[in-house]
Design a protein around this ligand. Structure first.
Ligand code: PLP
Length: 449
């Protein structure tokens, strides 16, 4: 066996890419990275890219935040590893749980740790199944989510995800029901107002619950803003319309805040931005500002009490991961929450969001940009072949992929998602760096269209 020489060839030879357009990467070669500087990443050839993706939404404090790295190192030096089982738990885990309840919308609650957002969603589903069964309702197992939702890649969280690509795995599993995506611009019917659209989706939820039987449904999961679906904020009044329906049928509402948590929409939680109170929150990504793989299920008071009662009945919750509540992750999360919420990062999102929107409004004057949408520091531009009819482009390599590739060539990382280009930069972005992002994107649109 001969070892290929270039980094790009070595990447190709020995590593499998996930979620990657392979013809495109084979043609261009992988970008192999060595380090980062603020919101920039640098490759083995010395090329510098402004990362308007924040890694994968998560590197909100940039790539070289000293305080975060120091918090990790200090905890590695002090006590590098423990789980949160068998009656033992690190002091960092105790402190993080207290902190998460303090910053949560809940007056009281409890936290369970995982290594990722997918596992946190899986864990929440298992908690609901366990709780309902313990309460004498073992048939309460169906999970309601929406089309275009992204909840992860494990068999359960991928079943919750509303993306056709999961069909190659024979997913979703039975009992995972997907409702209409609340994207008025795309799914609103001819002549339907946004209010009518929202009311139709609330009706659809009500009818689905009636049809399936509330006594068969375990819970409803939703991202406050759909992220990997292409940044889809809810239609006007969406959560206000669906929450009473869920309450009426006694169905727990779980907010998947893996992306929207800790400042991405301007507030601590996306559910605050959209003014609803879920029964539990799923957190990950920003939780550690991307420096440690970690997820958390944060239960509100009612689910805490019901789950605790179920656990008390068998005197154990038989679930957990080797690194659940890892003390280094917890130390980093404590620091990250402080940095994001108290060192001006979330404030920067609030301050620069109007500039972000204005920049996109200008770009959306392009005849091939059908819509711009978003909130805080998560936005998307959607490409269309025909603006009036909203007709998408066709072909294997989507136009958004071509725009993103052109941006990469110019030193800007942005994410093609379906027909959309997604921009979700780190919260440390300066106005000048934001202008750089728009200038490069403008040039890329000019080259592609
Ligand atoms: N939920 C949401 C809303 C996400 O955006 C993601 C990942 O992008 C996940 C869950 C899954 O998280 P992970 O990739 O850490 O498993």
């Amino acid at each position: 066996m001969t070892t290929p020489q270039s980094w790009e060839a070595r990447a190709d030879e020995y590593s499998l890419y996930g979620f990657t357009d392979l013809p495109s990467v084979h043609k261009r070669g992988a970008v192999v990275l060595t380090h980062g500087e603020g919101p920039y990443i640098v490759d083995v050839n010395g090329n510098r890219y402004l990362d308007a993706n924040s890694g994968l939404w998560n590197m909100v404090a940039g790539f070289d935040h000293k305080g975060l790295a120091e918090a990790a190192k200090a905890q590695y030096d002090r006590f590098p590893g423990y789980h949160a089982f068998f009656g033992r738990m690190s002091d960092q885990t105790v402190m993080l749980s207290e902190k998460l309840i303090e910053v949560s919308p809940f007056a009281r609650g409890k936290v369970f740790y995982t290594n990722s957002g997918s596992e946190a969603n899986d864990t929440m589903v298992k908690m609901l199944w366990f709780m309902h069964a313990s309460e004498g309702n073992p048939q309460k197992r169906k999970i309601l989510t929406r089309w275009n939702a992204y909840h992860g890649v494990t068999a359960v969280s991928a079943s919750m995800t509303g993306k056709p690509y999961n069909e190659v795995f024979g997913l979703p599993l039975p009992g995972f029901i997907h409702l209409t995506c609340p994207h008025y611009w795309r799914y609103g019917e001819e002549g339907e107002t946004e209010e009518q659209f929202t009311a139709r989706l609330a009706r659809e939820l009500d009818e689905t619950i009636e049809r399936e039987g509330a006594d068969t449904i375990a819970g409803f999961f939703a991202e406050p803003v759909q992220g990997a679906g292409g940044v889809i904020p809810p239609s006007a009044g969406y959560f206000q319309a669906i929450m009473p329906v869920l309450k009426k049928h006694g169905i727990p509402m779980i907010a998947d805040e893996v992306i929207t948590g800790f400042g991405r929409t301007g507030n601590t939680w996306g559910s605050q931005t959209y003014e609803f109170e879920p029964d539990a929150i799923i957190s990950s990504k920003n939780l550690t500002a991307g420096l440690f793989p970690m997820g958390a299920v944060i239960l509100g008071p009612e689910l805490t009490d019901r789950l605790q009662a179920a656990i008390d009945r068998i005197e154990e919750f038989p679930h957990g991961f080797t690194a659940s509540g890892h003390p280094v992750g917890c130390a980093v999360a404590l620091k990250a929450i402080d940095v994001v919420m108290n060192e001006g990062l979330a404030q920067n999102v609030i301050d620069l969001a109007p500039r972000f929107e204005e920049g996109l409004r200008q770009l959306a004057r392009n005849p091939n940009i059908g819509e711009y949408r978003g909130v805080g520091f998560m936005w998307a531009l959607e490409a269309v072949r025909d603006k009036a009819t909203k007709t998408p482009f066709e072909g294997h390599l989507s136009v958004s992929e071509r725009i993103a590739n052109t941006c990469t060539d110019m030193g800007l990382i942005c994410r093609p998602l379906g027909q959309s280009i997604v921009l979700c930069p780190p919260f440390i972005l300066t106005p000048a760096q934001m202008d750089e992002m728009f200038e490069k994107l403008d040039k890329a649109l000019g080259k592609v269209f």
